[in-house]
Write a protein of this length. Structure first.
Length: 208
């Protein structure tokens, strides 16, 4: 399955055959950050991770990722994509996209098309293995340990750790809430992930 804006397809013509066969999930953006292209692996990854049909219905061609309601990561990507367009330069970095049972790291490449006519974003799996409990101990989904007086659970939108009420500096790995998102979740970034993303934007020498 492939989905592309016909006008955007003209910018993809040098790469489209390779993208159609590529195992990496790829998508394209217009300069105003509207979605313009998905390769078959985009849909395959979404389906394999229980994201379909919700992903396709929420984020069809023409939807704008600028409308993502969850800062600070939405702000990060708006700034990053804007810099790529403004400088007509390629950027890349790695990010966490783990499931409840598997630790996964992806490599993102952001490539401008034409003279800043759009962006092609390719997400390649770099690491995948079962979680190491010595590095990421499992915690039970005990609501009184994580749900605050307003009924909110705070989850890091990058590593998906859960903020512990008794120790605000602690963000625990709760696999049950990665498998099935609990009600009334507030997405933010834990201090480690926030520092990582801030460093990408602040360090002009880093190819992100």
């Amino acid at each position: 399955m492939e989905c592309v804006d016909p006008e955007f397809a003209t910018f993809l013509s040098p790469f489209v055959e390779a993208l159609d066969q590529h195992a990496s999930a790829a998508y394209g953006l217009w300069p105003d950050l509207r979605l313009a292209y998905f390769n078959p692996s985009w849909f395959a990854f979404a389906a394999a991770n229980d994201g379909e049909p919700d992903i396709s219905s929420r984020w069809p061609l023409g939807a704008s990722i600028a409308d993502l309601p969850a800062p600070p990561l939405s702000n990060f990507y708006r700034i990053l994509f804007g810099r790529c367009l403004a400088t007509n330069s390629r950027r890349e970095f790695e990010y966490d996209c783990s499931s409840a049972d598997v630790d996964r790291r992806f490599h993102m490449v952001i490539r401008p098309l034409g003279k800043a006519a759009g962006l092609l974003i390719i997400n390649t799996l770099r690491l995948e293995h079962p979680h190491d409990e010595s590095l990421r101990p499992k915690h039970d989904a005990i609501e009184q340990q994580y749900r605050d007086r307003n009924g909110i659970i705070r989850m890091c939108m990058n590593c998906r750790g859960i903020n512990r009420l008794s120790n605000p500096a602690a963000w625990d790995w709760v696999p049950a809430w990665v498998r099935v998102l609990p009600d009334n979740v507030s997405h933010g970034l834990c201090p480690v992930c926030a520092s990582f993303y801030m460093a990408q934007l602040n360090d002009s020498t880093v190819s992100i």
